[in-house]
Design a protein around this ligand. Structure first.
Ligand code: FAD
Length: 281
């Protein structure tokens, strides 16, 4: 299995979380990721933690991608941060609009991620590899699937180099999205986002909020397992391994794992996939 891998982390909030994340990263580096990315809270709410985590990853000799959400940001603020990131040695950004917590207006100089992508390109040329988000099951606020796909194409045409998808458990949605994007002239790599399944209630709650569909047969089983975490993990490993298998067989350009700052599930998935693949796969 030669498919490039990337791992996503969020900035920890406590010293214990920081320590645990360091340990998780050290284990995950054994899998030789192409890069590791760090999320960014809307309105810059995790800015310090995101920067600190990115610095650690760079110091550990790995390529780091910083998620950067533009909601509420000013042009001057983004300009300053871009030069700071450049000085730190960051070469890859995940450019996002982000979401404000409810009750806050959208505000700021950038309405959509496409505005941010265009700004970064205009300000910094080819300094950064720019990733954008893609939604095979349609972004929850989109006017229609066609409008969402068009918005994705606009974002890529503004200067994105590649995309990472929201996670999904139905590979048909991903394949159709890639085909439809191709028909619109979008040919950049669209890397599937993979969410390992390790718990039931957290995954179901989170998926409802971000518009990722949990197929009924998976949902029903997860609910039926109740507090039986071992069975949830074993079932999750089987389901997500099958999904990754289908994606790898179809020749996806990479797999991006939402690690949730844990190493065990992602390690088990990748090791299993590598063990069952032939050397040139
Ligand atoms: P956009 O691409 O701007 O799209 C937002 C909505 O606007 C969509 O409904 C789209 O259809 C619509 N739209 C876009 N352009 C137009 C237009 N020109 N006219 C009309 N409608 C338009 N959130 C965080 O806060 N921090 C993170 O670190 C983070 N990382 C993420 C990583 C990945 C890989 C993914 C998939 C999501 C991530 N998110 C993160 C969540 C993301 O911020 C939300 O999904 C947010 O609601 C949309 O961000 P976007 O960049 O996709 O927005």
């Amino acid at each position: 299995m030669n498919t490039p891998l990337s791992f996503e982390f969020f900035p920890p909030k406590t010293p214990e979380g920081t320590l645990k994340l360091r340990q998780a990263r050290a284990q995950l580096y054994d899998l030789k990721p192409e890069f590791c990315s760090v999320t960014y809270g809307a309105g810059g709410s995790t800015q310090e933690g995101t920067m600190a985590t990115v610095k650690e990853i760079l110091a550990e000799g790995q390529e780091a991608a910083l998620h950067y959400s533009c909601i509420g940001a000013t042009r001057e603020g983004v300009r300053e941060q871009l030069s700071q990131l450049r000085a730190m040695g960051v070469k890859r950004l995940v450019a996002l609009r982000g979401d404000m917590p409810s009750g806050y207006g959208m505000g700021g100089a950038f309405q959509y991620a496409s505005d941010l992508v265009a700004f970064i390109r205009a300000e910094t040329g080819n300094t950064f590899h720019i990733e954008v988000a893609a939604y095979p099951e349609v972004h929850p606020q989109a006017k229609s699937p066609a409008a969402d796909l068009q918005a994705f194409a606009t974002k890529v045409k503004a200067g994105a180099d590649s995309a990472i998808t929201q996670y999904f458990y139905n590979s048909d949605a991903y394949f159709r999205f890639v085909d439809d994007a191709d028909k619109l002239g979008v040919h950049v790599p669209i890397v599937p986002g993979i969410m390992p399944i390790t718990s039931s209630s957290q995954l179901l709650r989170f998926s409802d909020a971000c518009g990722a569909e949990i197929p009924r047969w998976i949902r029903q089983r997860l609910v039926a397992y109740g507090d039986d975490v071992a069975s949830i993990k074993a079932f999750g490993l089987e389901v997500v391994t099958d999904l990754c298998d289908q994606l790898i067989c179809a020749g996806v350009p990479g797999l991006h794992f939402y690690t949730m700052n844990q190493s065990a599930a992602t390690m088990a998935l990748v090791r299993g996939l590598r063990a069952q693949s032939t050397p040139d796969e």
